[in-house]
Design a protein around this ligand. Structure first.
Ligand code: PGA
Length: 252
């Protein structure tokens, strides 16, 4: 399976800076054997698309979406609107949205299903807090997040879901989850998927890791079986550094 590395810019870079980032990144040497995507703020999708032109590397992703097609939902953005920018993926359920915007498992499930219906691959974020891990609840928490999120999804077809395991204590903390510990949780996630969809999807679903990934540690994740890539926040903000991280990810 091809590895997937997604830049999550979070709430950085409006249209002006987004365009400049894309132009700088496109000048970098990039590995051809991995998929690279950039999740940009909604207001920067147009600028990123215009700097990309028809190019598909990096693929354009959004950071959030609403589940309805259109209507009286002030401030929200629909999957079909995202499609107008050639958006092929969209993050849902990032822990920052769960924490600050009150996003629930039910909302995450609705968003993921709406995206898939429109042909956009949902990147579903799950992960436990430090306290939950300490109390030995991490697996239970993540299992239930995954089961709820994929309840209305189809295993096959276009716009296949990606699961991003992002332990909250590892995000932006400089304290990444050890690759072997991440792998252990990825196996738990695959068990849930295989129970819901059937055994063959255990290995067909892409499960990526996020939380303090840098150009220095990406190689360890990239070479650990069961880790299909990374969701990268802080280390994606500089286009040259993110290109370096992409190059460092694979043994080639
Ligand atoms: P980080 O963020 O790489 O800065 O830890 C990851 C994320 O929140 O997606």
């Amino acid at each position: 399976m091809r590895k997937l590395i997604i830049a999550n810019w979070k709430m950085y870079y409006g249209p002006v800076k987004a365009g400049a980032w894309v132009r700088a990144f496109r000048r970098e040497r990039l590995p051809k054997d991995i998929d690279i995507s950039i999740a940009v703020p909604s207001v920067s999708l147009a600028a990123a698309r215009s700097s990309l032109g028809r190019a598909t590397i990096p693929a354009l992703a959004a950071q959030n979406v609403f589940w309805e097609k259109e209507g009286a939902f002030t401030g929200e953005i629909s999957p079909t609107m995202l499609l107008e920018f050639g958006t092929s993926m969209c993050i849902v359920g990032h822990s920052e949205r769960r924490t600050y915007l009150g996003e629930t498992d039910e909302m995450v499930a609705k968003k993921a299903a709406a995206l898939q219906k429109a042909g956009i691959a949902p990147v579903i974020c799950v992960g436990e807090t430090a306290v939950q891990r300490k109390k030995g609840q991490a697996k239970r928490v993540v299992k239930s997040q995954v089961a709820n999120a994929i309840a209305d999804l189809k295993p096959d077809g276009r716009a296949q879901a990606v699961i991003a395991y992002e332990p909250i204590w590892a995000i932006g903390s400089g304290k990444p989850c050890r690759p072997m510990d991440a792998k252990e949780m990825h196996d738990v996630i695959r068990d849930v998927v295989s129970k819901a969809w059937g055994a063959r999807y255990r290995d067909e679903i892409r499960v990526i890791y996020g939380g303090s990934v840098t150009d220095r540690n990406i190689y360890e994740y990239g070479t650990t079986t069961g880790i299909d890539g990374a969701l990268v926040g802080g280390a994606s903000l500089d286009p040259r550094n993110f290109a370096l991280l992409c190059r460092a990810s694979s043994p080639a």
